[in-house]
Every structure is written in structure tokens, then in C-alpha cells.
Design a binder for this molecule. Structure first.
Ligand SMILES: [Zn+2]
Length: 454
């Protein structure tokens, strides 16, 4: 007799789908088998039972310039749970007068009382952190075993700084995660466009060429290879970048890559919407054309990319509008935290790009392994009972009203998905059931992560 049994569903792991019951004791998966009995039973007949999804790239209440991304640790993790995500990895940055350990403690003080699902933090290494690379072991020991390096924006590292940061991460057996774009070229193209009066969001993707995203990716792969450290490339937006990652992997280099729903479900036509609407989908790297979108689905299909995340980082309509007459000033980022897992089923599995197991591998298992989440991302005895009962026959039309994110808009408005989570469990406790939130603020835990294993 188990505490809870999920009965009669089709269990989908990263290896295969098979019919089975799942027995849960406390917070843990205790059995996978037939005819299991539980004090509480959830009927999953006709449903898929998957691991809770892992979104290893989100920005909740993140200060960027004068704005802060709109979802808090509460609203963001709650929306994630509605979409079947049970673990997120967010970010921490040091202030000039702070140590890495102090920054982690401060970020945890914001998150711990508010998260409804488990979470981890990437430690950001910016140019201001070059003088404190000796603190990287302390950050690793505090459970932040992945390190974010930017090749763009104010936090951008030059190649010599990348070399030093990658070496520091290698020395603790950490995993670097990189935003790869060629910032010098982007800066000059923006300058040229603005000088010529080309100020609308139409020019955003045209200032950030696919070829130069691929160039930066290839460059950081080469530096990481020279240093001898594994590497993960964030938010791949085009086939050119996929090719660099695939080539490195063929050479046996420990390089992985991810893409995000905005690159898989939208095209750059979205930037030509009139008025403020054209500013909303601004994110970086930019959303590109149909050819790029198809290349990304092919890459997931061939496992040339291994992970799907969201880069969830929304701003309000009013905040986006501040860049209406200068696209380079639009705060970048879109909301996807709730729709990712279902979108990859609907547009990926149902459209024939992905098998059920690839879907689970890319949204759950692979990110858990890369992030050193020892008991997440798979349905295995002894793992955390983070589980989703997914209704493949449910339909959901995405609108700001049907989602639980707080930006007040969604770039996917009107998109109808086939399949949606019915029930989400975090460590054996139901968080969302039949569209109702039954979890609690602060029920999520900070995850002390270990070494990457993908
Ligand atoms: Zn990001």
C-alpha cells in the first residue's frame, strides 16, 4: 500500500513509453508496476504520465536596467506548475560590493519563501567578477554548479575574460552556460540603423545576424575546447548555430545546445505587427525566419540540440512600449514558462518531429542531467515524485486569460495546443489539479546541485 498511486496511465520516460502504475511514498517514487494499491489514487486512464518538466533557463523578477521582469518567484513558479514544470533554474548576479556567496544568499532570501516548485540558480560571471574568480569554488559549494557567461550586453565578457572565466569554471568541474552573439558587430549594426532612421522593431533581427550568432558560438566552443571544459549554448535561434554545435559534438567535444518555444513557434514577421505589438516579441537572439524555425525542429528531431528551455523574461506592454521609437531600447524577453512542455508535445510530437521519449528527454531528463539534478527529470524508483498527468486530448488556446503569467500579454495569443497537463505533482504533493492551483508559497526548495552528467 503506497501513499499515492497514479493508476492506468502510459508512463513516458526518456527511454520508452509503457503502461504502468506509479507508487509514491512521501516525496519519492517507490514503485513502477502493475496493480499497485494506494491510500490515495489518481486515475490516469487515457493519459500520459511524464516526469515533471525542468526549465533550466528562466529569469524571474530579474532587474534589467530600469525594469524588473514581471513574474515573481511566486507567480512564475505557479505558472510553471500549471504547465507541468516542476523545477526551474534561475540566475544570480553579484552587486559590486557583494561576494558570490552573499549574492546567492540574497537571491535565495527572495525566492525561498515564494517558490511553489523546486529551483536552482546559475551564478553569473560578469566583467565585474574577474577580480573574484577565486570565489567560484564557494559558489559551487553553495549549490550553484553552473555559471552564466554573456558575450553580449553590459555583462559581456571579452575573449580574454572568457578564457579566465572558463578556466575558473573548469577548475571546479562546473558547467558554463553561454549567451553567444557577436556584440561588436551588433553594436555597429544598431548604430548604422538608428543613424539611418531605421528605428522600428523590424530592424531588431536584422541587427543580430544568424551568421554572427554562429560565429560567437564557434568562438566560445573553441575557447572552451582549448581550456578543456564542457559547454552549454543557450537559446539557439538558427541552423547556422546548430551546425557549429553539431560539428563540435561530432568531434567528441562535450558541447550541448538548447532552443526555446519562441524560436520554434513564431517567426520574425511578429516584429512587423503595428505599434507596440511589434515590440512585444523582442528577445535576443531574435526570432528569425521560417527557414530558421524548420532548422531548429530538425535539430531537435536529430538530437543535434538536446534541450528545450524558455528564457522566460517578460516585461509589460508599457515597459516594451518605451522602445517603440528605438528598437535597441526595448527590454528583451518573452513569456513562455507555462506553455513550453505542452507546446513541445503539440507542435513537436503531434507534428511528427519528436517521439514521446525525445519530448521527455529534451524537456525533463537532459536538462536535469546537465544541471546536476540527481533525482529529477526521470521516472525511476528513488527519484523525487515530480510527475505530470498529461491529457493528450485536451485542447488549450493560449491567451493572457487562459495562462497564469503576469505580463498581461502572450506572443502566442490565439495558438491552440493539442494536449495539456491535467495534474502536476512536486515531490509527491499535488500542486495543480484540473486547472486549480492547490500548492503553496514556499513549498519549493532550493536545490544544491552537483556536477553535470550529460
Ligand atoms: Zn536568458
Amino acid at each position: 500500500m503506497y501513499d499515492l498511486v497514479i493508476k492506468g496511465g502510459m508512463v513516458v520516460t526518456s527511454a520508452s513509453p509503457f503502461p504502468a502504475d506509479i507508487g509514491i511514498n512521501g516525496e519519492t517514487i517507490a514503485a513502477i508496476g502493475q496493480n499497485l494499491d494506494g491510500r490515495q489514487v489518481l486515475d490516469a486512464t487515457g493519459k500520459l504520465v511524464t516526469p515533471g518538466a525542468v526549465d533550466m533557463h528562466v529569469h524571474l523578477q530579474m532587474p534589467i536596467g530600469q525594469f524588473t521582469s514581471t513574474d515573481t518567484f511566486y507567480s512564475g513558479t505557479r505558472a510553471a506548475a500549471f504547465g507541468g514544470t516542476t523545477t526551474i533554474v534561475d540566475f544570480v548576479e553579484t552587486q559590486p560590493d557583494e561576494t558570490m556567496a552573499e549574492a546567492i544568499a540574497a537571491r535565495r532570501a527572495l525566492a525561498d519563501p515564494n517558490v511553489v516548485i523546486d529551483y536552482g540558480l546559475h551564478m553569473t560571471i560578469g566583467p565585474g567578477d574577474m577580480a573574484r574568480l577565486d570565489q567560484v569554488p564557494e559558489a559551487f559549494a553553495a549549490g550553484c554548479t553552473s555559471f552564466k557567461l554573456y558575450m553580449a550586453y553590459g555583462l559581456r565578457l571579452r575573449d580574454d575574460e572568457l578564457l579566465k572565466a572558463l578556466t575558473a569554471v573548469r577548475n571546479v568541474s562546473g558547467i558554463p552556460v553561454v549567451h553567444a552573439e557577436n556584440w561588436d558587430v551588433i553594436t555597429e549594426l544598431i548604430r548604422q540603423n538608428l543613424a539611418a532612421g531605421r528605428t522600428s522593431p523590424h530592424w531588431h533581427p536584422r541587427s543580430r545576424p544568424a551568421l554572427l550568432e554562429a560565429e560567437a558560438t564557434g568562438r566560445v566552443i573553441d575557447i572552451a575546447s582549448f581550456v578543456g571544459v564542457p559547454l552549454h549554448i543557450f537559446h539557439v535561434s538558427c541552423g547556422e548555430t546548430v551546425a557549429r554545435i553539431a560539428q563540435a559534438r561530432q568531434q567528441g567535444l562535450p558541447v550541448t545546445g538548447e532552443t526555446c518555444p519562441q524560436y520554434l513557434c513564431l517567426t520574425w514577421d511578429a516584429y512587423d505587427a503595428p505599434g507596440v505589438d511589434g515590440t512585444l516579441p523582442v528577445c535576443s537572439p531574435p526570432i528569425r525566419d521560417r527557414t530558421a524555425q524548420t532548422a531548429l525542429w530538425q535539430a531537435l528531431s536529430r538530437n543535434d540540440l538536446q534541450i528545450v528551455t524558455t528564457d522566460h523574461c517578460p516585461f509589460t506592454y508599457e515597459e516594451k512600449a518605451t522602445g517603440l521609437n528605438n528598437y535597441s531600447q526595448i527590454p528583451g524577453g518573452v513569456p513562455s514558462i507555462e506553455m513550453r512542455f505542452a507546446a513541445l508535445y503539440s507542435q513537436g510530437v503531434r507534428q511528427g518531429w519528436l517521439s514521446l521519449s525525445q519530448w521527455v528527454a529534451q524537456c525533463c531528463t537532459n536538462p536535469a542531467k546537465l544541471m546536476g539534478l540527481a533525482k529529477k527529470g526521470e521516472i525511476t524508483v528513488g527519484y523525487d515524485a515530480d510527475l505530470v498527468i498529461f491529457d493528450p486530448d485536451a485542447t488549450k488556446t493560449l491567451t493572457p486569460e487562459t495562462l497564469h503569467e503576469t505580463a498581461g500579454w502572450t506572443p502566442y495569443a490565439g495558438l491552440t495546443l493539442q494536449g495539456w497537463p491535467q495534474t502536476t505533482l512536486s515531490r509527491g504533493k499535488i500542486v495543480v489539479q484540473d486547472g486549480e492551483f492547490v500548492g503553496g508559497m514556499g513549498n519549493g526548495r532550493f536545490l544544491h546541485r552537483t556536477q553535470a552528467n550529460l
